[in-house]
Design a protein around this ligand. Structure first.
Ligand SMILES: [Zn+2]
Length: 286
């Protein structure tokens, strides 16, 4: 598997209220630091980054390979995902997954994150110090017949080019979104995810039981590049799934991988993060 999963405990030098879904804020300071340290491109002269520019490769994703593969993406997904949780007014936990090329540059990537955070986050530029870094396991196994997918940041799935509403959620739509993301990241970054047979998966997903208590949600993030607030949307809540036992081999891998890859759109900004809750995880947490 070409994935690293890292948990980072970080301490703010002054307590502030983090914005909801602070991953995009952490991403912002990371991008600035990577640009500062690892981009020597003459952007004004060439109008873009050099193919070997580490900022480009580690932060903006793999445009060359996306073009080669004929992906019609405005911007390819970057080789990382971020989950950020406020733990106390001055503590936060950052969960990072690095994929493909980013795993080869993990030290450099973490250095840039440390540099970016120490320069300060939020409107008040509060410096953040990294206190602890732990490498986490990436367990894949079988799942119980019933489990809950708990959204940790808003999930944005486009359906017929409009944001999907919670009432439209179905097993087929959810599993197609999970598998699309898995297949795209596999193609771009060779992460070691299993190959997807979309016809078989969609068929299997139709017999998944799905109940949810999701709500649509709208908010905004501040874009440093555009110097303005950008509207964002998605849905938050729990999705309870009942998986037919004989379809586990098709349905379990996308669910496990989605915890690290996220699901749906705007994953680069931290959207579509979730954790799987089973009776087992509840027992372990207790
Ligand atoms: Zn560059």
């Amino acid at each position: 598997m070409n994935v690293l999963r890292i948990a980072i405990s970080a301490e703010l030098t002054r307590p502030i209220t983090l914005p909801p879904f602070a991953a995009s804020m952490v991403r912002g300071v990371l991008g600035k630091a990577l640009m500062h340290k690892y981009c020597a491109c003459h952007l004004k002269v060439y109008g873009g980054h050099a193919p070997h520019c580490l900022y480009q490769l580690l932060f903006e994703g793999a445009p060359a390979s996306a073009a080669t593969l004929g992906c019609h993406l405005q911007t390819p997904p970057p080789p990382f995902t971020l989950k950020v949780f406020a733990q106390a007014p001055n503590l936060m936990r950052i969960e990072v997954c690095l994929f493909g090329i980013a795993t080869q540059h993990v030290e450099l990537w973490l250095d840039a994150l440390m540099l970016g955070l120490s320069a300060g986050i939020g409107a008040q530029q509060v410096p953040v110090a990294i206190r602890k870094i732990n490498f986490l396991e990436l367990p894949i196994g079988t799942l119980p017949a019933q489990l809950t997918l708990r959204l940790q940041s808003p999930m944005l799935i486009k359906h017929q080019s409009k944001p999907l509403q919670p009432v439209q959620l179905s097993g087929e739509i959810l599993f197609t979104a999970l598998a699309r993301r898995m297949a795209l990241m596999e193609t771009l970054y060779q992460i070691g995810a299993p190959e997807v047979n979309f016809d078989r998966l969609k068929l299997a997903a139709r017999s998944v039981g799905l109940q949810h208590n999701c709500q649509p949600i709208n908010w905004a993030r501040y874009s440093n590049r555009q110097q303005q607030k950008m509207p964002l949307s998605g849905m938050m809540g729990d999705i309870t799934l009942t998986l037919p036992a004989d379809l586990q081999d098709l349905l379990a891998p996308p669910l496990f991988w989605g915890q690290w890859l996220h699901v749906g759109g705007k994953a680069a900004l931290g959207q579509g993060a979730y954790e799987l809750i089973t009776d087992n995880t509840k027992r372990t947490a207790a």
